[in-house]
Design a protein around this ligand. Structure first.
Ligand SMILES: *Cc1c(COP(=O)(O)O)cnc(C)c1O
Length: 492
């Protein structure tokens, strides 16, 4: 299968590339993204044949349908990493919480966020490719909390890849910070920065624009790659768990083969939602993909009004930090799929230069054929966390936003699957405030124990042990000291 570019082809870029090239060098012409030229098809016979398949088995079948230029043996080894999940056969359990509402628990991996689903196998494949072509790659990440730990865990000790990860000091939960600063491997560098997530991102941007930095990379024969969801190597693994959730409902006898379901996704950079969109295009019977936003409601505005407008918007810090976003990268892949490269380039250029773009009424209608969206706020999330904790189901603040779609967007009497993107243990202080109905913020450790006692649930051993691990990354620096820290690291 070949990959093409969302903003058209420019001189110096190949018009189509294989999967391996698209994931090693993920930035396409004019700052666009790589997308598959076509998608494989799945149908009722496929669902029937695979409804009882173990997760890695299903994943292998689907990946092979994409005909990517990765050896079968490498794909198998990459998928064997699902052994690190709580239940390797059932990597993503689907749990019923209402008669017509199911939770696709995507967080049972090593860092307790759904990012592991894609980053674990992706990390293996990227490192293997880099090794085979004998090139060294640097991955830079700025994280608000979940991407950092999952990226570090995916690449720890991997050959030919180095990772430098920036996090805002005080901008992540203790658990997320500890997951990063205790991750010991010589190819990893974690740096705290004085400032917020915006500062971390802008530090990354100035680094990428710095001539001394670029010169040093060249001198050391290091290329840049990316591990965020602009990389299609992550998206391909995010199609699979949506298909799996459908099969789980089929296997449980909740649906007949071919019957439609709703899938609801708490969205930030739109990677998870894009995975659902591709699954729908492949033939998964999805009535609609429902998108939830928090107070940063750019996606809800786009899907409801056809207007992506960030001229007067500032990033709002919320209880669901992984959804705090202004520029959501993967929407571009949907725009390309529906409206083509020329129109996508026009809209993305407008976003860069004018901080907005607008869909025509026809374009908006086309988007609404597949998506509906709604936003909510922290008060709503706290109410939902409490309501379900009282009923015996514990969900994290990101997952809680999905209930808004269940309440307000479900027009037909069809089952709904909501994507649960993180385990409660990563956001214990917020969880405890919701459960106790107060605003007294406790430390992560205190809150973990308190919730564990109150609700009679265990603290995941991996999370508990973080507090006893040695801190190996101690740097916390001002923005202007980042470049020299990273240069030191890549030369070491
Ligand atoms: C990354 C993340 C999201 C947002 O996912 P996207 O694919 O970027 O839309 C939501 N919830 C959690 C917990 C996350 O880590």
């Amino acid at each position: 299968m070949k990959f093409t570019e969302t903003r058209g082809n420019a001189e110096g870029f190949q018009p189509e590339v294989p999967f391996s090239e698209a994931i090693l060098n993920p930035s396409a012409s004019y700052g666009g993204l790589y997308v598959p030229e076509s998608l494989p098809a799945i149908d009722a016979a496929f669902f029937e044949a695979n409804k009882a398949a173990a997760y890695p088995e299903l994943a292998e079948k689907i990946l092979k349908m994409f005909e990517i230029d990765i050896d079968d043996a490498v794909i198998e080894e990459a998928l064997a990493l699902y052994q690190k999940f709580d239940d390797p056969e059932d990597t993503t359990p689907v749990v019923q919480i209402e008669e017509d509402l199911f939770v696709n628990e995507l967080y049972h991996g090593p860092t307790r966020a759904f990012k592991d689903m894609a980053l674990q196998p992706f990390g293996y494949i990227l490192s293997d490719l880099a090794k085979k072509i004998g090139k060294k790659y640097l991955i830079l990440a700025a994280t608000s909390g979940d991407t950092g730990p999952a990226t570090l865990e995916a690449f720890a000790g991997k050959e030919n890849i180095q990772v430098a990860c920036l996090y805002p000091k005080g901008g992540t939960s203790d658990v997320q910070r500890l997951q990063m600063v205790t991750e010991a491997a010589p190819n990893l560098k974690v740096i705290g920065i004085e400032g917020n997530f915006d500062d971390a991102q802008s530090a990354l941007k100035s680094l990428l624009a710095s001539d001394t930095f670029k010169a040093q990379l060249q001198k050391s024969h290091i290329s840049l790659s990316a591990a965020n969801s602009v990389n299609f190597g992550r998206i391909i693994f995010q199609i699979i768990y949506h298909i799996r959730s459908y099969l789980a409902l089929l296997q449980k006898g909740v649906i007949e083969n071919g019957e439609k379901i709703y899938i609801t996704v708490p969205s930030g950079n739109f990677g998870n939602a894009l995975g659902a969109y591709y699954a729908k295009k492949m033939g998964l019977p999805i009535e609609k993909i429902l998108i939830t936003s928090n107070a940063n409601n750019v996606l809800a505005e786009l899907i409801n009004k056809g207007e992506y407008d960030i001229r007067n918007k500032k990033l709002i810090l919320t209880n669901s930090p992984a959804m705090d976003i202004l520029k959501s990268s993967n929407v571009e892949r949907v725009l390309f799929d529906k409206f083509g490269a020329a129109r996508t380039k026009e809209m993305m250029d407008a976003l860069t230069h004018e901080n907005r773009y607008t869909l025509t009424p026809e374009e908006l209608a086309a988007l609404q054929e597949d998506f509906a969206a709604i936003d909510s706020d922290d008060a709503y999330g706290q109410k939902i966390i409490k309501r379900y904790a009282d009923k015996g189901y514990v969900m994290d603040p990101h997952t809680a936003t999905c209930l808004k779609a269940y309440e307000d967007l479900k027009e037909k009497d069809l089952p709904m699957v909501i994507c649960s993107t993180a385990e409660w243990t990563k956001f214990a202080p917020t969880m405890l405030m919701a459960i106790e109905g107060n605003s007294e913020k406790r430390s992560d450790l205190e809150a973990l124990h308190e919730i564990s006692e109150k609700l009679g649930i265990e603290i995941t051993p991996r999370v508990k042990s973080l507090f006893d691990k040695e801190i190996v990354h101690r740097d916390v620096v001002e923005k202007d000291a980042i470049e020299s820290k990273i240069l030191q690291f890549i030369q070491s």
